[in-house]
Each structure stands twice: as structure tokens, then as C-alpha cells.
Design a protein around this ligand. Structure first.
Ligand SMILES: *Cc1c(COP(=O)(O)O)cnc(C)c1O
Length: 429
């Protein structure tokens, strides 16, 4: 029994908690991989979310429309292809807490990051710098560094990296504020994650935005690990832009079409951008004129006509999010991750150390685990779990990530993970 009495390590407690879960039925909507005659315990929704049952049928429907109508499906399909991206807009906006006109589903994450930096990273001689976190996801690091070089600046001085300073290896709010005080006048763009992919730390989007904008910086967020994980309020945060992918918590399949957010206050401003015909004003797009007139809002950042086969899975997935609601998902997520954390501390604290912030509001569902002892031990434990149908992931050099996602994970899955870690300890030490 826990000190607080909130949790209990027994199986009966986990089963009862799952039975009492109002969102438990959503698990049925997903295809759970099997291994050794049973379902795996899947903790990799932060990397590739599971396939919703409805995805195959939605894809087949688009293939059928293509077969039956060919080009006419742009107008005559059950969901006409012409404005297909609009079918996901409202649900996408709801997931990230934005106005519908502020979001668009297009391209992939790294592409959107570059496209929006074209508009929102406008370095000058006095203000050339980008502020990111040290140890950022490689694609983000490559993107900002190449943008800095593209504008003729030197990353050695124009890339400022926040160092983790807290005892738990995360970045404190004070460090962010200190960096803004020290370098704010030189910073053109602050680009931080909503949830850091390796540590699982969640950032306060609104506080960062206010502090950075007060110093004249533009603010963008990479929400790869936050979209569909945290109950975001992107519009209210006031940030200038954001990007995310849809194959992680948003369960839209490998390489799924990504998302972008452009704050309403930029809807009508003439910013530099790389233009394409699908960003052109919808009313006159097919007059095929030579002059680009952007659609106001996020839609104006599109280049190409919508990828129907990539958008169909996103549409299916977002319908599940609409039904569940981000507020309810986050409430379950807090309980589930809180339970996993408690079990880990209670039962296997001698094996793993949690590298994700302890405070629930400073993390999403993911817990990053460092295995105590020699490096090889972490890898060995990871393989032990794999062999038992427990799917976590391994990130070099020494982090194992486990993300109980509220749409399809259960308390019994968390219990199975911790029991397998305990078994490994008992067999090997
Ligand atoms: C997953 C992830 C990416 C991946 O980028 P793609 O363009 O989708 O391949 C980039 N950045 C972050 C922070 C991520 O978590």
C-alpha cells in the first residue's frame, strides 16, 4: 500500500482501476500486436502509435473512390479530395487547443519546421540567434543549424543551447529566464519542445512565450511529443508558430502527415514564405494566375495538394481523440503515469532511476528510465523486456523510454512492465 493510499501494488487493484476507467473502451479501437500467444504491453506510443481499427477501411474507401471516379473523386468522392485537409481541421485544432484557422495538416514535421522558419526566423546582424535546448532531437538541431548558415550566420555564436541544470537532469524555468535575460536582445527565435523527447520534460509554453516575446523574440514550439499527449492551449500560449508529427501519440501511421500552427495574429501579415499553389487563396486558385495571393491563416502555408492516403488515417485517429477529449485523456494519463512511477519507485528503485520530472505538470505520459549499474545492464534489461512482449524503446546512450498512453494502455500493462524488471533483477543480481 502506498504512503498516500492512492495506489496498491496488487493485481486486483490494477484490474479494478482498469474496470473503473471511463476510457477503457478505446483500447478496443486499436490493433494490439501479439507475441508468444498474447498481446504485447505496448509502451512505444511516443514513437509510433498503434493502428486504429478504422484506418484500413478509411484507406480502402479512398482507394475505392480513386478506382471508381479517378479525377472526379476530387468532387464526387464520399469525402471530396479537393478540400480534404479541411476534414481534419477542427479535430486537429481541438487536440492542440487552437482555432481551426490556426492549424493545417501538411507535409512532415522537419519540412514544416523549415517552412515556418522561413517565415519566422528572420535574423539580423544585431539579432541573429536561435535558442534551443542542448541535446535537442537531431532533426531539429540540423534544421536550426542549417537555417542559421543559410542566412549567413555562424552557428558557433548564433546557436544558443540551454543546458540542463536541475538535479534530475532537466532544464529549470530559471535557466530559461536567465538565458533570455542574458541573450534575449540577440535572439531572433526561441525554439523549444513541448515535451523533450529524451527526458520527457514538459515545458510551460505560455510562460516561455511571454518571457521571450517580452524580449522581442519570436517563439516556436516543436510539439512532436506533446500533441495528443498534453492538454495543450496553443492559441492561449500566444506562441507564434508550432509544428508536430502525427505518427507518435496521434496514431496516424508511419510517416503520417504532420501538423502546423500559425497564431491568428499572423493570419493576414505578409511574411516571407516559400509558396505553393495550395497556399493560394482558395477562391482564385484555379484561375491559375501567376501572382501568389496567400489564403489567410495556416492554410496559406501549404504548398501542395493534400495527400489523401496520408490524411485518411489522420482523420480516423482524430475522430477518436474528439470522442475521448483531450481533458479526459490527460486526466487518465496523469493517473496511469503516476501509477507507473509509484510502482517503479516502490518495487524496482534499485534497478532503474527515473530521469523525467517528478511533478506531474512538468511531464506528459512518458517516463525515461536510466538503468543503474554498468551501461550494458540497460541494454540487457531492454532485451529481457523485448523477449517478454513488453515494448519500450532504447535511446542511446543509456535511456529506456516507457510511455503509457491513455487511449490504449492499462494499469495491468504498467504492472507487467515493473514485474518484468523485478524478475530480471532477481535473476541477474
Ligand atoms: C519524432 C521527432 C522528429 C521527427 O521528424 P520527422 O520529420 O517526422 O521525421 C523531429 N523532431 C522531434 C523533436 C521529434 O520528436
Amino acid at each position: 500500500m502506498s504512503a498516500t493510499g492512492r495506489f496498491d501494488a496488487g493485481e486486483a487493484w490494477a484490474l479494478a482501476a482498469d474496470a473503473a476507467d471511463p476510457l477503457a473502451g478505446f483500447r478496443e479501437q486499436f490493433l494490439i500486436p501479439r507475441q508468444g500467444g498474447g498481446e504485447v504491453a505496448y509502451f512505444c506510443g511516443n514513437s509510433l502509435g498503434l493502428q486504429p481499427r478504422g484506418t484500413r477501411e478509411a484507406l480502402a474507401g479512398e482507394l475505392d473512390d480513386w478506382a471508381a471516379h479517378a479525377v472526379e473523386a476530387h468532387f464526387r468522392g464520399r469525402l471530396p479530395w479537393m478540400d480534404y485537409h479541411e476534414f481534419v481541421r477542427d479535430d486537429l485544432a481541438a487536440v492542440v487547443g487552437a482555432l481551426p484557422s490556426e492549424v493545417v495538416a501538411m507535409n512532415s514535421l522537419s519540412v514544416n519546421l523549415h517552412l515556418l522558419m522561413v517565415g519566422f526566423y528572420r535574423p539580423t546582424a544585431e539579432r541573429p540567434a536561435i535558442l534551443i535546448e542542448k541535446g535537442a532531437f537531431p532533426s531539429d538541431r540540423y534544421a536550426v543549424e542549417s537555417q542559421v548558415r543559410f542566412h549567413g550566420h555562424d552557428p558557433a555564436s548564433a546557436l544558443i543551447e540551454l543546458e540542463a541544470d536541475a538535479a534530475d537532469g532537466t532544464i529549470s524555468e530559471a535557466t530559461i529566464l536567465r538565458a533570455l535575460d542574458e541573450h534575449g536582445a540577440r535572439i531572433a527565435l526561441v525554439l523549444l519542445p513541448g515535451v523533450q523527447y529524451l527526458s520527457g520534460q514538459a515545458f510551460d509554453l505560455r510562460a516561455i512565450t511571454e518571457a521571450a516575446q517580452a524580449r522581442g523574440c519570436v517563439v516556436g514550439f516543436d510539439l512532436a511529443h506533446a500533441a495528443g499527449n498534453l492538454d495543450l492551449a496553443l492559441h492561449d500560449s500566444g506562441c507564434d508558430f508550432a509544428v508536430w508529427c502525427s505518427y507518435k501519440y496521434l496514431n496516424s501511421g508511419p510517416g503520417a502527415v504532420a501538423g502546423a500552427f500559425v497564431h491568428e495574429r499572423h493570419a493576414h501579415t505578409a511574411r516571407p514564405r516559400f509558396a505553393g499553389w495550395w497556399g493560394h487563396d482558395k477562391g482564385s486558385r484555379f484561375r491559375m494566375g501567376p501572382e501568389f495571393v496567400p489564403t489567410p491563416g495556416a492554410d496559406g502555408w501549404q504548398l501542395s495538394n493534400p495527400p489523401i492516403l496520408a490524411l485518411a488515417p489522420l482523420r480516423v485517429s482524430l475522430a477518436l481523440f474528439r470522442e475521448a477529449g483531450m481533458a479526459r485523456l490527460r486526466a487518465k494519463s496523469l493517473a496511469l503515469t503516476g501509477y507507473l512511477e509509484w510502482l517503479l519507485r516502490e518495487q524496482v528503485a534499485d534497478v532503474v532511476e527515473i530521469a523525467t520530472p517528478r511533478e506531474a505538470q512538468r511531464r506528459g505520459c512518458q517516463l525515461s528510465l536510466r538503468v543503474r549499474g554498468p551501461r550494458e545492464a540497460g541494454r540487457a534489461l531492454f532485451e529481457h523486456l523485448q523477449a517478454r512482449g513488453i515494448v519500450v524503446d532504447w535511446r542511446e546512450p543509456d535511456v529506456m523510454r516507457a510511455a503509457p498512453t491513455p487511449l490504449y494502455n492499462r494499469h495491468v500493462d504498467c504492472r507487467r512492465l515493473v514485474a518484468a524488471i523485478a524478475d530480471w533483477r532477481d535473476a541477474h543480481r
